[in-house]
Design a protein. Structure first.
Length: 290
């Protein structure tokens, strides 16, 4: 932690994923000389299991997580604000996400504004509301050693970012931890995040691979309604769709019905004979699932 210098505050942005929550526990247990701010921003499209897992971690580990929800300011040149919520009052209908879409449009690979307006800016604005601006705190980010290609160390320095799952000795004799290490740690606990690895926190996130999306649709076709309604109501003016190659959720659903996909596998159930690579398994990096 030498490079954290003398800045006394650390923002821990938690997503409700297993890597994120392991990072939160590590920081809570080991960092005793800083002010810690654990913050979660709810988009309204998080899986219920994610919210339950986050709440359970909070209660067990006394994290005192600040739950916030994005607030979109229509007809104003203002970035997304926030409102304080809790586990019980957190939106489960997608309303915060939809309000963001009304102003900024359908997010996709070409217009990836959802993470910015639903996660990053609401959290930054919360920190400003308690008197902490850029440079007053470091942001802990839960990327692992197998995701180091996503890290710009120059940006980390300039933006006051800390990657404890990469830089710290969390396992005896080893600096940093991988996805496998995270899974092995959770396998030893008496509770865990009860979702399959390909499901992720945001139920039909456009950054997921097509195989994963179609697998999820085959298991939970009811999820289609909200994403289809967003495309119909808010994507027609610019013909924007959520998914790569400008495919709509209906395009993917019909392809799934035709059986034209390879079922995604839960990482916990994979073995070497089951592993494969396919271009459709490629997916975007996403802050939301860290």
């Amino acid at each position: 932690m030498e490079y954290l210098k003398d800045i006394p505050n650390i923002l821990v942005s938690v997503s409700g994923g297993e890597s994120s929550m392991l990072m939160a526990k590590y920081i809570k247990d080991t960092v005793k000389d800083r002010n810690l701010y654990f913050v979660f921003s709810n988009t309204g499209k998080e899986r219920e299991q994610t919210l339950e897992f986050l709440n359970e971690c909070d209660k067990r580990w006394n994290l005192n997580i600040i739950w916030i929800q994005p607030v979109t300011y229509h007809n104003e040149r203002r970035s997304s604000g926030f409102e304080i919520i809790d586990f019980e009052s957190a939106d489960r209908t997608g309303r915060p996400f939809e309000e963001m879409i009304k102003k900024y449009g359908i997010p996709n690979k070409t217009h990836p504004h959802c993470t910015r307006e639903l996660k990053i800016r609401p959290i930054q604005n919360y920190m400003k509301s308690i008197g902490l601006k850029k440079g007053d705190y470091f942001s802990a980010i839960g990327l692992r050693t197998d995701e180091m290609n996503r890290v710009s160390w120059k940006r980390a320095k300039d933006e006051f970012q800390w990657y404890p799952l990469i830089t710290e000795k969390m396992i005896p004799g080893k600096i940093g931890i991988s996805k496998q290490d995270v899974q092995q740690w959770w396998d030893k606990q008496d509770f865990k995040l009860n979702i399959k690895s390909y499901q992720g926190n945001c139920d039909l996130c456009w950054k997921k691979s097509q195989n994963k999306l179609m697998t999820i649709l085959s298991e939970s076709p009811d999820l289609l309604e909200w994403w289809n309604r967003m495309e119909i109501e808010h994507g027609t003016e610019n013909n924007y769709k959520f998914y790569r190659e400008n495919k709509s959720i209906i395009d993917l659903y019909e392809k799934m019905l035709n059986g034209d996909f390879r079922k995604a596998l839960d990482d916990r159930q994979k073995n070497e004979s089951m592993l494969y690579f396919d271009s459709l398994d490629w997916e975007e990096n996403c802050f939301c699932s860290i």
